[in-house]
Design a protein. Sequence first.
Length: 149
Amino acid sequence: MIMKILWVFTIILTFVIMEFVAWFSHKYIMHGFLWSLHRDHHIKDHSSWFERNDFFFIFYAIVSFGFALLWGQYGIWVGLPIAIGIFLYGLTYFLVHDIFIHQRFKVFRNTNNKYAKGIRRAHKIHHKNINKDKSECFGMLWVPLKYLK
């Protein structure tokens, strides 16, 4: 019973930590030394559905897989719940960022939810600046209160 609780706690904690990891990597890595990969995400007139920015998804998938290997190859129990937490955050990111916000697939277009509108508003503010510097709102799920009004 205690292991099940530890697994669930670890999955939830990893998911929550991933919001900070996403914010940090977005602000200091994507808008920092890897701007060359993230830049096309801020440009509206690129011709491809695939963006160089999508390589960050592949990176986090590899990290998640690495934690799963800790469990599968070495029997380290915490590896799999961490991998699941990263995977669930990645899935949430795909659903919220790529589908809901950027409409890569045309669903969830007409929402009246205050929180959902706040997420879109904050992301629009982030994309208002197409340059590397002076952007704001780097997170995905945590939205400053001013965007919820």
